[in-house]
Design a protein around this ligand. Structure first.
Ligand code: GAL
Length: 736
């Protein structure tokens, strides 16, 4: 068996070598065998971390990557986000935060390797899973299956990215930092069938055919076709094995925390458990670990997926959203990486012998018998500590922990013995503490008249907006007879609006009636409330709002949003009146968006009203603007939006993201590190707004006269918005 495996492995090496010879420059080749990736012929244990370039700013990248290097990482992993690079077919954008080449070159400058996860489907809590919305409207398209229009588009983009990397000489085979690429993402068994299989085979050979000279991986794809490597994603990776004996055991997503949804709590993953999971994977022969995320960052603009993913993508990662080191996670993992690296030679050259040291107690020993020896001692018991005897020495193992002995004698690290204090983070006010606002009421007066789309019945939201805005107005008119009894003091009629999501604000004759919001579990929502109708024509205007497009699920591209109906009036003399099949007019986006009020160029297109805290009117949909000078210092900045409702903020024309003071529901009971981790286990912030602070990148500010524009949907109070700086203090590491 082993001989067959060896021959296949040799053939693969030959195959990859042939690819390199074909490339103009022959530098370090990357191959693999059953133990690990081989860089220039050397087997390696590699520690990687995900940092997604559009989730921070180019000005932050180098610092983040240096911090990753100091944290003991070898590789930086990023997805490539197709939707931002190709906003319309054939029009590309690789500027600013989308400057992928600059990002990869920064990784190279710092001296790390890169894993380029092209996808191009990425999931990632990113809008529409990273696939551009226009692709949904290519005739006959069906995502991620054996479908010619989809495959043609996917191939076009993948080729474009590979070509771009090649021409910048960024693959390791050309002397660049990229040692690995990913095609597809978590193409699970649920999407299978013959068409699914054909698609996976096609994707693999399309990718390999691009001749990058570095291996390809398909994460969470158990049957990855040769020579593509299958890999594991999850909180743990214990049951994983490569689908062929000559492939290495790789963990492409080691979830370091979890993402946040508006209305949900913050999820934390204790570092004791995270490091336990990593040590457990390595002791089983795993040779590649990637923290998803190492720095989560921010979902700027409308990039958050969803629905309902927050603007913060902090992820409880070792480097926090703002780029500050999070303790004890960062340093404890750094110690883990050091301990693992001390075992590297034994790990890559030997297979472990597994010894029982008692109930739920094990040793994994990598011993050559002639000197090289490393051992991992594990206590899987979630409740009790144990003292074990190994090679005549005694070792104390806390519950749910692993000790690492790089020489089979001294335990240099235990996953549950954390020697670092937690960072103490403060959000401190800076000048200008408060802003001096001017306002503009979103104009609802001529909505129907300015609409260019009308239809009998209700249209699906994305079909109309193509996601050029979160907002779509549905407008209709209803005639009420002067004989209706409610007009003479009877009970008011009510309106019932059924929406596929994600939120709706109801206006009758220009007056706000109420709102309804979906949740991530149940995207749809229903509004039901009394309405003020008058005799004659009444204008019903429904503002339907998306909060990030679906990024995951079987054929998620077909999932609907917007008012799907029915829309019913109740309580009229005739009983119920169905407006669903009325003539509806549609208006994409807000007036303020059309006039580009958010940008320094468009801001003067309306007459703003000077506001004072005392006199301000609280109309429902309102724009605010103010100017401010950049505060001194270097600390990261944020806006405290606790007094606001829901909307979006722009600084000097750039959107810092959606905000929403949705209060966190959850169970914030105590959190223990031991035992199998699930996101429900360690929740924080119950009963508080899920996200109160919004990152303002320093590099977006000028010294003076910065324009801040806010669009508020729920009548929030801007007078309490303040700018704060984030300060993290970390006490010294014990014993160092
Ligand atoms: C994974 C997926 C990632 C991300 C993660 C959850 O399954 O591959 O892209 O969505 O889940 O944060």
């Amino acid at each position: 068996m082993d001989t067959i495996a060896n021959s296949v492995s040799k053939l693969l090496t030959l195959f990859l070598t042939v690819l390199f010879v074909g490339s103009e420059l022959t530098h370090c080749n990357v191959t693999y065998d059953r133990k690990s990736l081989l860089i220039n012929g050397q087997r390696r244990i590699l520690i990687s971390g995900s940092i997604h370039y559009p989730r921070s700013t180019p000005e932050m990248w180098e610092d983040l990557i240096w911090k990753a290097k100091h944290g003991g990482l070898d590789v930086i992993d990023t997805y490539v986000f197709w939707d931002v690079h190709e906003p319309s077919p054939g029009n590309y954008d690789f500027e600013g935060r989308y400057d992928l080449v600059r990002f990869i070159k920064t990784v190279q400058k710092v001296g790390l390797y890169a894993n380029l996860r092209i996808g191009p489907y990425v999931c990632a809590e990113w809008n529409f899973g990273g696939i551009p919305v226009w692709l949904k409207y290519v005739p006959g398209v069906s995502f991620r299956t054996d479908n010619e229009p989809f495959k043609a588009a996917m191939q076009g983009f993948t080729q474009k990215i590979v070509q771009m990397m090649k021409s910048e000489k960024l693959f390791q085979s050309q002397g660049g930092p990229i040692i690995l690429s990913q095609i597809e993402n978590e193409y699970g068994p649920e999407s299978r069938g013959a068409a699914g299989r054909a698609y996976v085979n096609w994707a693999a050979s399309m990718a390999v055919g691009l001749g990058t000279g570095v291996p390809w991986v398909m994460c969470k794809e158990n049957d990855a076709p040769d020579p593509v490597i299958n890999s594991c994603n999850g909180f743990y990776c214990d049951d994983f094995s490569p689908n062929k004996p000559y492939k290495p055991s790789m963990w492409t997503e080691t979830w370091s925390g979890w993402f946040t949804e508006f209305g949900g709590p913050i999820h934390q993953r204790p570092v004791e458990d995270l490091s336990f999971a990593v040590a457990r994977f390595i002791q089983k022969g795993g040779s590649y670990v990637n923290y998803y995320m190492y720095h989560g960052g921010t979902n700027f603009g409308r990039s958050a997926g969803g629905p309902f993913i927050t603007t913060s993508y902090d992820y409880d990662a070792p480097i926090d959203e703002y780029g500050l080191i999070r303790q004890p996670k960062y340093s404890h993992l750094k110690e883990l990486h050091k301990a693992i690296k001390r075992c590297e030679h034994a790990l890559v050259s030997l297979d472990p012998t597994v010894l029982s040291l008692g109930t739920l107690l094990q040793a994994h020993v990598f011993s050559s018998g002639t000197g090289t020896c490393a051992a991992f001692l594990a206590n899987y018991n979630a409740q009790s500590a144990a003292t074990v005897t190994f090679n005549n020495r005694h070792y104390d193992l806390p519950p749910w922990s692993i000790s690492i002995l790089p020489d089979c004698k001294i335990d240099v690290f235990n996953t549950a013995k954390v020697r670092v204090q937690p960072s103490q983070v403060k959000m401190l006010p800076v000048k200008p503490k408060l802003f001096s606002w001017e306002s503009y009421d979103e104009d609802l007066s001529s909505l129907a008249e300015s609409s260019r789309i009308t239809a009998p019945g209700l249209l699906e939201q994305l079909n109309v907006t193509r996601d050029t805005s979160d907002y779509l107005w549905y407008i209709t008119s209803v005639d009420i007879s002067s004989s209706e009894s409610f007009l003479r003091g009877g009970q008011k009629p009510s309106i019932n609006v059924q929406s596929a999501g994600h939120a709706v604000h109801v206006f009758v004759n220009g007056q706000f009636s109420g709102s309804a919001f979906g949740t991530r579990e149940q995207r749809s929502c229903t509004y039901n409330g009394p309405v003020d109708l008058r005799a004659g024509a009444n204008k019903i205007a429904l503002l339907s709002v998306t909060v990030g497009l679906q990024n995951v699920g079987r054929h998620y591209e077909t999932w609907e949003a917007g008012i799907t109906g029915p829309v019913l009036l109740h309580g009229l003399d005739q009983g119920q009146k169905d407006l669903t099949w009325n003539k509806w007019s549609y208006k994409v986006g807000l007036r303020g968006e059309a006039m580009n009020l958010v940008s320094p160029n468009g801001v003067s297109s309306v007459d703003w009203v000077q506001e004072s805290q005392a006199t301000q009117s609280r109309s429902q949909l309102k724009w605010y603007k103010a100017y401010f000078d950049a505060p001194g210092g270097k600390e990261p900045l944020a806006l405290d939006l606790e007094s606001m409702g829901k909307g979006q903020v722009w600084i000097n024309g750039q959107s810092i993201g959606r905000y929403w003071m949705a209060y966190a529901k959850g169970d914030c009971n105590s959190c223990t590190y031991s035992g199998t981790f699930r996101p429900v286990k360690c929740q924080l912030g119950c009963g508080q707004p899920t996200q109160r602070w919004y990152h303002v990148p320093r590099s977006w500010l000028k010294p003076t006269k910065n324009l801040i524009v806010v669009f508020e949907e729920l009548g929030g109070n801007p007078w309490k918005i303040s700018l704060v700086k984030r300060v993290a203090h970390t006490p010294a590491v014990h014993g160092q």
